[in-house]
Design a protein around this ligand. Sequence first.
Ligand SMILES: [Zn+2]
Length: 436
Amino acid sequence: MAVEAHPFIGTAVVVRATTLLNRLLDLPGVSVCDAAWHGQQLVVDVRLRTKRLACPESGCGYSTKARYDSRAVPSWWRHLDFAEHEVIVRCLLGRLACPVHGVRVQAVPFARPLARFTRDFEDLTAFWATKTDKTTITRVLRIDWDTVGRICERVVADGLDEQRLDRLVHVGVDEVSWKKRHNYLTLLTDHDTKKVVWGKAGRDTATLDAFFDELGPGRSGRIEAVSMDMGPAYAKSVRADGHAPQAVICYDPFHAVKLVTDALDVERRKAWNELRSAGDADAAKKFKGARWCLLKNPANLDENQAATLRKLRRRGGDVWRAYTLKEAFRAIFSGDLAPDEAGHLIDRWISRASRSRLPAFVKAAKTIRKHRDGILAALRLGINNARAEGLNSVVRLIFRRARGFHSPQAALALTMLTCGPITLRLPHEQPKIRAG
Ligand SMILES: [Zn+2]
């Protein structure tokens, strides 16, 4: 019997429903046996093609043909949706006795160990998580936000570049708040690749010690510079024996400028409180509104803010003196000064600020003096502001999204997915051998 060619779809080829489903699901290593609708869900029963049972523990690699017992363990996974229907893949798994890990349910090639989702579903979720907000993801994928967090953790554990810690030379260490009220993560950035390569909950000396423990003395010994903020915790860990005492500690000028900007804000608040307690409510109100005019870079002010700034200048007094000190300090780092010239200007600034009789600036000058060499080292090595530009704003965005997670591990995983050395592939971009 001749088959007529259809004008749009070519010669029709009749396929069996299970073959069609095999193609649609596109899961490696399995064949579809049966499928049925359960309400809105399409439940597909599959069987594994291989007779070998593999240990599910990561990096184990043990496999055997011998089953531990004849018990079949019913298991299921959520797979990519089919039209508007959720797809559930079901399979009976066997148990094996791994010489290292003991009795385990066998691994499957299409899902990560302990996951209730297929690899494809998890990869898609991880991709979405780096691109959009919580409400969109949970609505489109129909899973809750904590599930998204756990999926991110598994994808990162699976896909992070294992050599990311091997060639560290210039690194930056930073604390980031991932949730309100003292929930901090310490993040390690490779300044040369501009990737976040390591992270851990906490922000004290012990947190960074864990990084050096993982790195070991060999790789730690090759680190040449570590940039950080001016707190003592991280420096103490870097200086410890077996860590990286040979490394130059750099203080990011970004942090130094922030310290001085904070000092200006202290002086501004003080002036505002004085006006308010003197009963000058109008002037006090204006002063409060002047906050951004004072703290922002003058080049970024709009017309109104520039006018307010001119008024403050005419008014003079402590706040204006504090402002000129802040601007003088910021200017040191905004040009391309050689470290020698910058050093000279920093020294002059320190002596000016120390004599200013503005308590917040006297204190700031003391801190800057103590960290002067580290600030200059950052300028000399050119590893300043790597986090302040670009990466920092991405990390902040990610952390706003990660607030809904209830574990720091999930927040860290989302950071690594977005800023770490990992290649996220969507299901159709995976270079894998598929079911026929
Ligand atoms: Zn094993």
